[in-house]
Design a protein around this ligand. Structure first.
Ligand SMILES: [Zn+2]
Length: 81
């Protein structure tokens, strides 16, 4: 669900415990969601990008860990040589 629908009428800087690193930022309305490209005010601070919804949030972290695991595996392979 879009964060705008999940958290309607929130103030600048709003954060929610369920999504600890997502912040509502009214000053930056021109950002595009990292996953789907929709315009959004919501920013994922640890990833330093815009994220518009819970689905995109989950996809963002899925992509992140996939990339992280790939990089870790490569590191292990390099160490084994
Ligand atoms: Zn999105």
């Amino acid at each position: 669900m879009k964060f705008d629908l999940l958290f309607p009428n929130v103030k600048d800087g709003f954060q929610n415990r369920q999504y600890p690193v997502i912040v509502y930022c009214i000053n930056d309305p021109s950002g595009s969601c990292q996953i789907c490209g929709d315009k959004t005010h919501w920013i994922e601070f640890s990833g330093e990008c815009h994220i518009c919804s819970s689905e995109c949030y989950n996809q963002f972290w899925k992509n992140y860990f996939k990339a992280y695991n790939r990089a870790s595996k490569r590191d292990d392979e390099l160490r084994a040589v």
